[in-house]
Design a protein around this ligand. Sequence first.
Ligand SMILES: Nc1ncnc2c1ncn2[C@@H]1O[C@H](COP(=O)(O)OP(=O)(O)OP(=O)(O)O)[C@@H](O)[C@H]1O
Ligand SMILES: [Mg+2]
Length: 356
Amino acid sequence: MSASIEIAGVSKVYDGGVRAVDAVAMDIRQGEFFSLLGPSGCGKTTTLRMIAGFEIPSAGAIRVDGADVTHVPAHKRDMGMVFQNYALFPHRTVAENVAFGLRMRGLDKATIAVKVKAALAMVELSGLEDRRPAQLSGGQQQRVALARAIVIAPRVLLCDEPLGALDKKLRQQMQFELKQLQKKLGLTLVFVTHDQEEALAMSDRIAVMNGGRVEQVGTPTEIYNQPITRFVADFIGDTNIFRGERVGPNLDVGKGLILALPPSEMQSTGVLSVALRPEKIRLSPRTDAAVTAGSCAHGIVENTNFLGGAVLYRVTLEGGHRVLVQQPNAGTSRLFIPGNGVTLEWTPADLVVLKD
Ligand SMILES: Nc1ncnc2c1ncn2[C@@H]1O[C@H](COP(=O)(O)OP(=O)(O)OP(=O)(O)O)[C@@H](O)[C@H]1O
Ligand SMILES: [Mg+2]
């Protein structure tokens, strides 16, 4: 039976004074695919190691299904862990690697054999029982690590950048398979990654971390569409960020550009930052009509980046602001080239007001 995890005001200060994790609070639900996402050094691994019991928090508590496990040793937490470098035993066979956790738990030989067979079938490695890790591909080694973690029927599966060493195609395939396996087993899975696309594709919810703190917790669509802070808006995907002074219902961002604020945005005053995603801007050949103040501007295409299914344009507006615009590469939409005059239009409701 999988478990819920509560991280209550947890901090970790390493010897030497590094504050790796700073007052982190989050609730991970039973059966949830939950990702910790953030740049290198933001405290993801440290947070995961505290959940696993390999590190003891300097402050705060960790609860599993409501029970305080903050000082319970790792081997008594019933959690499976998959590491980035697989950490397989090189001199042992695939079957022996997978059997490890079961032998530690003192199960009899016959039971171990049955469970190992089932776990290997689950990750589609049946038939490779007698190979050693060096005789396997990277993806196969990753599957052995996964089988070794799930064979003990853990209450929680912890994965630290488990797909980091795989090439792109294989990585996408393993993302899909891991997600399927997680749903099939109803596992609570905490997944560490610094790859935002991977987190968006796989997670039920994501915690975005920065400098040891959690900036935002939300579903992939919430994190992408309604980033709360400038850091989150910037870290997840491409975005345009404008900063300016509120004047009535508008934001004056200088260089002659006025942005109409979303109709729902009544409270903020003074200096504000807003984000506007590149795909929320519509691009058309420049018209000579005067622009509608607040949701429209003229500019010149500086350069284009063909992405296959879409085209990314860098456009310089008349006043000098540089803006990213993404358009689908649909058969009907016209492609622009550097030097083209264009008109940009957007919907004020697509602007997201950020906390700095
Ligand atoms: N054992 C340790 N002793 C002292 N400082 C440490 C120790 N382990 C990690 N740190 C520091 O704590 C901070 C957070 O490290 P952590 O490994 O949790 O980051 P991360 O988010 O997993 O990064 P990455 O994406 O590079 O793996 C970093 O500044 C790191 O240098
Ligand atoms: Mg790490």
